[in-house]
Design a protein around this ligand. Sequence first.
Ligand code: FMN
Length: 231
Amino acid sequence: METLTVEDAITSRKSVRAFTKDPVSKETIKKLLNISARAPSGTNTQPWKVYVLEGQALHNLCEKVCAAYDSIAANPELEKEYQASYDYYPSKWFSPYIDRRRENGWSLYGLLGIAKGEKDKMHAQHRKNFEAFGAPVCIFFTIDKELGKGSMLDYGMFLQSLMIAARGEGLDTCPQAAWNHYAKIIFPLIGAKDNEMLVCGMSLGYVNKADIVNTFHTPRVGAEEFTTWLS
Ligand SMILES: Cc1cc2nc3c(=O)[nH]c(=O)nc-3n(C[C@H](O)[C@H](O)[C@H](O)COP(=O)(O)O)c2cc1C
């Protein structure tokens, strides 16, 4: 396998939403987690706690969360029973973030041929989150609830390190906050405790190049737009 430069590893990372069934060895996953654990954290607190699911354990969890997700579609009243573990997004959206969010959503749905209002198709696409997009591995990340906001910053560095390290092994990822609504189903299955909060999940595996969803490429605002130079 070719060795990637740091730049290539970072810029080749993208959210992959269809994986092959090819397995990833425990040894490789352990290697990736040990690399990620080199991420910095305030006073070296290392707030990460990780649960790796594969095989039957992953299959069972996906089945249960998919059933809950489907039950909400059948009875929207049930949605309030599945509150997100924390506020990832603002309660009220505003520009320019709402515009980027909309562009992202509609570009992805457009690519997949899903038009506005096609609820069943949207449900089916979003449901793939809870099948870990077909990946052989899904990792769940929790944090101690008592830790401060800064620890979430540390966590982000850990997660990005993991995604970049995965590139180095020819692997791809999709970080997933979608799971955060289903902590009450996930926690008993993974053995997480009451003092933990679900930060997100992450599908890990080899990209399915044949699936059109993986041709999706997201734009970025250039540095000239978000940077102020002072001298
Ligand atoms: C913490 C986090 C949670 C995310 N949750 C989801 C998710 O639940 N489902 C999904 O399909 N993508 C999810 N994404 C992927 C973002 O949509 C994606 O990172 C963004 O559109 C930029 O695209 P890129 O990752 O391909 O560069 C998440 C990303 C992050 C960082």
